[in-house]
Design a protein. Structure first.
Ligand SMILES: NC(=O)c1ccc[n+]([C@@H]2O[C@H](COP(=O)([O-])OP(=O)(O)OC[C@H]3O[C@@H](n4cnc5c(N)ncnc54)[C@H](O)[C@@H]3O)[C@@H](O)[C@H]2O)c1
Length: 250
């Protein structure tokens, strides 16, 4: 079983912090060069990507709003100019907010769809031509278990992640025979800043529902992304893997 990614080039969106940072660091440890594409500048990142410039494997920070077509095009162009190929794309950038549907503004619905779902299409749309040209690539989309469970107050977030699941399955069917494997990860609640705005009562209630009785850590999600990017995952197509503490058992 080969879980090494030596010499590969990966783009991980939203990797300035949280799950994306964990995946980017795990990729570097597995030998891949990593482009961190995040709307926040490098000074706001939780880790020092700039320190990896000029190293082997190399890290590179590209400040980019992945919901914006021109910025995604620029991000992909800069990656190709720097590395000449893209082997792995992880669509991880995302946001969470909570509001009952009756109070949800149209602007917030559109923002959620734009960052969580449109961005996945945009990044795939720009990266795919480079993967198709080499008949090789891995795309890993970060969904959420809320795509399956739904959640009171998270209809917009859950719908965006349901869209990510369906998009993943459709694209997987489209490009599998072109040598590009598309899969997803649907984490359960993970201890990142995304959980900062959740209420204590909700956390206590939610932990009680989980067979493990606790939320997950970033390090418990990142290995799944390494596996899906590796040669060991060569028979995985359109699968949504679930590091979720047992909350959802599809
Ligand atoms: N933490 C959880 O409990 C959990 C559970 C299931 C799924 N997820 C998903 O995992 C992914 C990562 O979440 P996290 O918990 O690490 O969150 P996080 O808030 O810690 O990190 C998200 C990162 O995405 C970046 N980002 C936001 N909008 C962006 C944009 N338009 N363009 C580029 N970058 C942007 C942020 O700057 C940040 O660095 C998200 O898609 C989230 O929906 C998280």
């Amino acid at each position: 079983m080969d879980l090494r990614l030596d010499g590969k080039v990966a783009i991980v969106t939203g990797a300035g912090q949280g799950i994306g940072a964990g995946i980017a660091q795990a990729y570097l440890a597995a030998g891949a060069n990593v482009v961190v594409a995040d709307i926040a500048g490098p000074q706001r990142a939780s880790w020092d990507v700039a320190a990896l410039e000029g190293r082997e494997p190399r890290g590179m920070y590209i400040k980019s709003d992945v919901a914006d077509e021109a910025q995604v095009q620029n991000m992909v162009e800069r990656t190709m100019a720097a590395f000449g190929q893209i082997d792995i794309l992880v669509n991880n950038a995302g946001v969470l907010s909570q509001a009952p549907v009756v109070d949800l503004t149209v602007a917030e619905w559109d923002r959620m769809m734009s960052i969580n779902l449109r961005s996945v299409f945009l990044c795939c749309h720009e990266v795919l031509p480079h993967m198709l040209a080499r008949k090789s690539g891995r795309i890993i989309n970060i969904a959420s278990q809320l795509a399956y469970l739904g959640g009171a107050g998270t209809a917009h977030y859950s719908a965006s992640k349901g869209g990510v699941v369906s998009f993943t399955r459709s694209l997987a069917r489209e490009v599998a025979r072109e040598g590009i494997l598309v899969n997803g990860i649907a984490p359960g609640p993970i201890e990142t800043s995304m959980q900062d705005n959740t209420q204590t009562e909700w956390r206590t209630w939610k932990m009680g529902l989980l067979p493990l009785g606790r939320f997950g850590e970033v390090e418990e999600v990142a290995p799944t992304a390494v596996f899906l990017a590796s040669d060991a995952a060569s028979f995985y197509v359109g699968q949504i893997l679930g590091p979720n503490g047992g909350d959802v058992m599809p």
